[in-house]
Design a protein around this ligand. Structure first.
Ligand SMILES: [Zn+2]
Length: 63
């Protein structure tokens, strides 16, 4: 199961949630119960490369 990261637009709370593949529902914020929650990137394995968030790690290594 992939872990999705969400961020609440209302209170700015960030949280992670395990979501089954078949379920694509946006959860509500556990902090303020707001529904203004947007999904961030999913970190499935350990494929998160820090340092560059907007481009893939291969294309941003200049020099
Ligand atoms: Zn919230």
């Amino acid at each position: 199961m992939p872990i999705y990261e969400y961020q609440c637009k209302d209170c700015g709370n960030e949280f992670e949630k395990l979501v089954p593949m078949s379920c694509d529902k946006i959860p509500e914020c556990p902090k303020c119960q707001g529904s203004q929650v947007k999904k961030k990137i999913s970190k499935t394995a350990s494929s998160l490369s820090s340092g560059c968030s907007s481009c893939s790690s291969t294309s941003c290594s200049s020099t």
